[in-house]
Write a protein that binds this ligand. Structure first.
Ligand code: PHE
Ligand code: ZN
Length: 878
């Protein structure tokens, strides 16, 4: 067990920094046995800090201090205190220069925070608090400085030396070494610092900005990945253009660089002018990566690029404001993806993730507001709530203001706060000031955790032709918060007549220009709305486009849901009606072996499968049954095995009843002869893979032949891995083993494909029982030091292979606990992330929750538990 409890940090304790750093001069000497970091800081007392002179305190982590100089004079050891996590210099003047030399060991850094090595190259990760692993520094985002960075290293091993800004000097040194100096003219917080040194190849391109400036674009990769950079480069140029057109934001430096690294804790990082990416989030070619990867890459490249304004030019005052940059930037990247592809499909994908995973987080022991009030370890707060719910909150402001006022607001925000470190409140204030709208109550979205529940009741007055809706909101209690105040909720409503047409929605009789979709604003616990001139009882289409991150309860009948599925003018709600119908049918079957699948669900699926005139991208989404994780999220005291079996039965009934339609749909799918990621082609490949998967699931012999043929002759990875996945989940044991072996033989040289191969098996209820998953960990391609490999086996098993992970003997939980304990010393961030599935134990029936609780206790009892895992385990056992 950990001997001391980590300290909790509170937002209410925020104080401005006592000292500011105007300039940072860094010199890195990189060697195989370590690195020496020389730092020269131009420091001055912060004029806004109150009180008398105070000691200078600099953060540090795992550093060996070699020397300290103040204004050129070396300090003796009694003139400063090296407390490991803090370097204290008690007596300093108001303005001074501090020089610190530290020694670090990047080659032994398995936490992947600070400076570390990934397949032979040096790279950094400084957000949130990694810079203090490089040198002593006031490592907080409201200390913004200009950086000059000189990197020295062996010239043949590390020909490429990169940092933020522009390269201003380079030269040859003795002993086969060389150096490059970089200067970043924009003041930035330390978390945006980056350095890379390696033997890399570059892909070069250029972009001309709206004002005619020429920007050098470069993507650096290991030589073996040289053929995987085109898609990221194209995505980058599209993102740069889009940000100019939609937000009026132009790029500011003369060069923009992206580097791909294999070992990375997260997806990617927006370091100023030098974005560093997890290989899996930037490298792709059609033969080896799927459509999903192509789309993910486009949106992440855009996300990191957009941070240059929403995050870097305007940054966060403190880490409680993390959603200031993340929520806004996710909102921006989803607008971008919607503009590049299918808007409705993008919305569906975002909401499906939000409702499955963020709602679960918001209902669990780690629930926290979009602007948290406290934390122990900030790395634990890079959450779906900060990112996805934060984006929804910005999206609601967009809905309330409309696109023009929202743009005025974002212009004002960037203009007012350029070069500053600010708060989510500053963001809302800019939106208020630009629009004249009062967002006072709206701010509760940042302060209160928990997903609001809307209960909707209606009645229809036939004589008066008035339709009445009563909407009640309640917000469940979350850790540390009970008795919540009602929130300001934009609620988009449509009303359908008997033919399925939208009725004009009036708030007063004979109101002119009444809209077909009306955004109602809920501010009280209960609202009753009256809509006049409604000639017949309508079918309500509630929360169109998912206009707020809330749960909606309304007693739709199954016939009404079918009706909405085919008639709602809101594509999102057509999909949602289908999901609700499917959930209802699956639930009806849960634990009732004799109940038959409602023929209305089968008919609805048949219509979707055969209607060639419908938007195939939407059809592909609508045919997917709600996932097990979502079904669990909707259930109290969830019984995983029962839910799994009920869903399986529905899937099998559908596949059996619609066998011929599935086959015809499969054969109908045609894509362009060369690979492209248009919404049409993506939908087509998705329909092929889905129909194949359903048919293989019921052991169809003809489908087996088709799958084998598709597997062998595929010209792109979406088709090949789609067939493999279908085979891996089929009852055809010999073929499935053969295909898995062949795939590995074909792709073993490409680690990104090997990760897909791991994930397909670890997430498969058929191919991935616990024993098989343990064997994957012994596989020569598995690597405990590589987060992607861990995620593709352990993460995929615990997150997607629910029947095996939730085995009632508790073996899946024990396995996960073992893994967490093993990783806690080497990479606490990854260990903490893997803990999430266990924290939800209260959600499950006793047979499960007991085992999950035990597993959590066994993690809690580990020696020297990291702060990361400590926080999550203790909060979830509390
Ligand atoms: N700031 C990164 C992003 O969202 C995420 C990240 C956080 C990466 C912490 C690494 C470490 O774009
Ligand atoms: Zn981000």
């Amino acid at each position: 067990m950990r001997t001391s409890q980590p300290r909790t940090i509170y937002l209410s304790e925020y104080r401005v920094p006592d000292y500011l750093v105007d300039h940072v001069d860094l010199r890195f000497e990189l060697f195989e046995e370590g690195a020496r970091v020389h730092s020269k800081l131009a420091v001055r007392r912060n004029p806004e800090a109150t009180g008398g002179p105070v000691p200078l305190e600099l953060n540090g982590d795992s550093l060996t201090l070699e020397s300290v100089h103040l204004d050129g004079r070396q300090l003796t050891t009694d003139e400063y205190q090296d407390k490991g996590e803090l370097l204290i210099v008690p007596a300093v003047p108001d303005t001074f220069e501090l020089q610190v030399v530290t020694w670090i060991e990047p080659q032994n850094n398995t936490r992947l925070e600070g400076l570390y090595k990934s397949s032979g190259m040096f790279c950094t990760q400084c957000e949130a608090e990694g810079f203090r692993c490089i040198t002593f520094f006031p490592d907080r985002p409201d200390v913004m400085a200009r950086y000059r960075t000189r990197i020295e290293a062996d010239r043949s091993m590390y020909p490429v030396l990169l940092s933020n800004g522009n390269d201003v000097d380079r030269g040859v040194l003795e002993g086969g070494r060389h150096f490059v100096t970089w200067e970043d003219p924009f003041p930035k917080p330390s978390y945006l610092f980056a350095l890379v040194a390696g033997d890399l190849v570059e892909q070069k391109d250029a972009f001309t900005t709206v004002s005619g400036r020429n920007i050098d674009l470069r993507i650096y990769v290991e030589p073996r990945n040289a053929d995987k950079t085109d898609h990221a480069m194209d995505s980058l140029k599209r993102a740069m253009r889009w940000d100019e057109e939609v937000y009026g934001r132009e790029y500011d430096l003369d060069i923009f660089m992206i580097v791909a690294v294999d070992d990375f804790n997260m997806g990617a990082m927006e370091n100023k002018g030098l974005n560093i990416f997890n290989s899996s989030c930037v490298l792709a070619r059609p033969e080896s990566e799927t459509d999903a990867a192509f789309q993910r890459i486009e949106s992440i490249v855009a996300h990191e690029y957009f941070h240059n304004w929403s995050g870097n030019r305007v940054t966060c005052r403190d880490w409680f404001q993390l959603s200031l940059k993340e929520g806004f930037t996710v909102f921006r990247d989803s607008q971008f993806s919607a503009d590049m592809g299918s808007e409705t499909v993008n919305r569906i994908e975002n909401v499906a993730m939000l409702r499955t995973a963020q709602f679960a987080e918001d209902a669990g022991p780690m629930a926290h507001p979009v602007r948290p009030a406290s934390y122990m370890e900030i790395s634990n707060f890079y959450t779906l709530t900060i990112y996805e719910k934060g984006a929804e909150v910005v999206g609601m402001i967009h809905t309330l203001l409309g696109p023009d006022l929202f743009r005025k607001g974002s212009d004002l925000y960037f203009e007012r706060h350029d070069g500053q470190a600010v708060t989510t409140d500053d963001f809302v204030k800019a939106m208020e000031d630009a629009s004249g709208r009062d967002l006072g109550q709206f701010r509760l979205w940042y302060e209160q955790a928990g997903t609001p529940v809307l209960t909707v009741e209606d009645d229809y007055d036939e004589a008066g032709e008035v339709y009445r809706l009563t909407i009640r909101q309640s917000i469940p209690a979350t850790p540390g918060q009970s008795n919540k105040k009602p929130q300001h909720i934009p609620f988009a409503l449509g009303l359908l007549d008997g033919e399925g047409n939208d009725l004009p929605i009036r708030l007063a009789p004979s109101e002119a220009d009444a809209p077909a979709t009306r955004v109602l604003e809920l501010t009280e616990e209960s609202h009753t709305f009256e809509f006049p001139d409604i000639p017949e009882r309508p079918v309500p289409s509630l929360l169109r486009h998912f206009s707020a991150p809330v749960r909606v309860n309304y007693p739709w009948t199954r016939d009404q849901l079918r009706f909405l599925m085919s008639h709602d003018s809101d594509g999102f709600n057509r999909w949602d009606a289908g999901q609700r119908l499917a959930v209802d049918v699956i639930r009806e079957l849960s634990g009732h072996a004799e109940t038959k699948v409602d023929p209305r669900l089968i008919d609805a699926s048949r219509v979707l499968l055969t209607d060639e005139s419908a938007d195939q991208a939407l059809v592909a989404k609508m045919l997917q049954l709600p996932g097990e994780a979502y079904l669990i999220e909707l259930t109290d005291q969830a019984d995983v095995q029962t839910i799994h079996h009920a869903r399986e039965r529905v899937l099998k009934s559908l596949a059996t009843a619609l066998r011929d339609e599935l086959m015809a749909c499969y054969r109908r799918q045609q894509t362009a002869s060369h690979y492209q990621i248009t919404p049409e082609d993506v939908a087509s490949r998705s329909l092929r893979n889905m129909t194949l998967a359903w048919l293989l699931h019921i052991g169809d012999e003809e489908a087996l032949e088709l799958a084998l043929e598709q597997f062998r002759n595929a010209s792109n990875m979406t088709d090949q891995s789609g067939a493999l996945r279908a085979l891996a989940n089929s009852p055809f044991e010999a073929e499935r083993r053969q295909a898995l072996d062949d795939f590995y033989q074909q792709w073993q040289v490409d680690p990104q494909v090997v990760e897909q191969w791991f994930a397909i098996q670890a997430s498969s209820p058929v191919s991935g029982d616990l024993e098989a998953v343990r064997r994957l960990l012994e596989h020569p391609a598995f690597d405990w030091k590589n987060p992607n490999k861990i995620r593709s086996v352990v993460g995929a098993f615990a997150g997607q292979n629910l029947p095996h992970f939730h085995s009632q003997d508790g073996s899946g939980y024990q396995f996960l606990a073992e893994t967490i304990r093993r990783l806690d010393d080497s990479n606490p961030q990854i260990a903490a992330r893997l803990t999430a599935p266990l924290t939800r134990w209260r959600k499950f029936a006793h047979v499960y929750s007991e085992g999950m609780h035990k597993a959590l206790e066994s993690v809690r009892d580990k020696e020297n538990l990291s702060r990361d895992v400590y926080e999550i385990v203790h909060k979830s056992l509390a």
